[in-house]
Write a protein that binds this ligand. Sequence first.
Ligand SMILES: Cc1cc2nc3c(=O)[nH]c(=O)nc-3n(C[C@H](O)[C@H](O)[C@H](O)COP(=O)(O)O)c2cc1C
Length: 165
Amino acid sequence: MNCVFRNALPFVTMGRVVKGFGRGSKELGIPTANFSEDVVEHLPKELDCGIYCGWAKVDSGPVYKMVMSIGWNPYYKNTKKSIETHILHEFKKDFYGSMLKVAILAYLRPEKNFSSLEELITAIKSDIQAADKLLEQPEYQIFKDNSFFQDKNGQNNKYINGHKT
Ligand SMILES: Cc1cc2nc3c(=O)[nH]c(=O)nc-3n(C[C@H](O)[C@H](O)[C@H](O)COP(=O)(O)O)c2cc1C
């Protein structure tokens, strides 16, 4: 089944990047950008917790592939729901405070608990590989050029769920 239209997908949102626990870079070697709480609170209820992929753009930079975790990070037993985006690009420095735009297109898997850090890292690396391949398909490529990502018009796009820039 083509999962583009699963649940509330495709879904686009934007918000500032805030500091998470910092484990993504340090412990996992897989840096993630966390959205502020207001973005988490405004997710549609149909968008289940789980691992997703799509496109992301930081400030006025290029649009890159991304993988995203929405939920409670069962491995770390977080008490707050978070949205964490790993962008398939090596950034030279942190971008806390930047504006992050994402188009969430496909559901990859549910969040899981793991018995070791290595297993969590292996699962995320496999998500990255799956996303890299999936997003090459034409039905996902078209979203890269969506007006949402264009700097001039993007902020008025009807999909933005009320977040001010
Ligand atoms: C693609 C992806 C998949 C993830 N899958 C899981 C998962 O299955 N279980 C889990 O507990 N955390 C998962 N995480 C969340 C990581 O545990 C989290 O990014 C890490 O704790 C870093 O968070 P921090 O930067 O806020 O410290 C995933 C993260 C990403 C980017």
